[in-house]
Design a protein around this ligand. Structure first.
Ligand SMILES: Nc1nc2c([nH]c(=O)n2[C@H]2C[C@H](O)[C@@H](COP(=O)(O)OP(=O)(O)OP(=O)(O)O)O2)c(=O)[nH]1
Length: 120
């Protein structure tokens, strides 16, 4: 049976643009673009996990609004269920802690990035 991995991602919108971040050259999906976020820890609510991940990865605070969507993707290492939420910056400015690049893009521009498979 495949390992189930529950992941949350933030679709942070400012001025009609969405924050996209690039994974480092180490670890899974080197160099791929994704929504900031990460794995839900045992006993954690999805929104709490997302707030924690954004503090850890971007050193800022977001307001988490409605769910965008939930997708399920089978990888070789397990099945990732990715739930994304609409977010707004609440305090601070995103500062990259783990990722190597960030860009704010319009919905039209976003499709041009090389995304992690579950995000497509
Ligand atoms: N954060 C994030 N992860 C994604 C996205 N799309 C996607 O397939 N993933 C996958 C990559 C990983 O297999 C998993 C999340 O892993 P992660 O490395 O970001 O999680 P984490 O911050 O909890 O990291 P770690 O402590 O386990 O190292 O979900 C996405 O848009 N955002």
């Amino acid at each position: 049976m495949s390992k189930e991995i529950r992941v949350v991602g933030a679709v942070i919108v400012e001025g009609g643009k969405v924050l996209c971040v690039q994974r480092s050259s180490r670890g899974v999906f080197p160099g791929k673009w994704e929504f900031p976020g990460g794995k839900i820890e045992c006993g954690e609510a999805p929104r709490d996990a997302l707030a924690r991940e954004i503090r850890e990865e971007l050193d800022c605070v977001v307001r988490i609004d409605d769910e965008v969507t939930t997708t399920r993707h089978e990888y070789s290492f397990g099945v990732v269920t990715l739930t994304t939420f609409w977010c707004r910056l609440a305090s601070g400015t995103p500062r990259l802690v783990e990722h190597v690049a960030q860009v704010w893009l319009s919905p039209r521009q976003i499709v041009g990035l090389d995304w992690a498979p579950a995000d497509i």
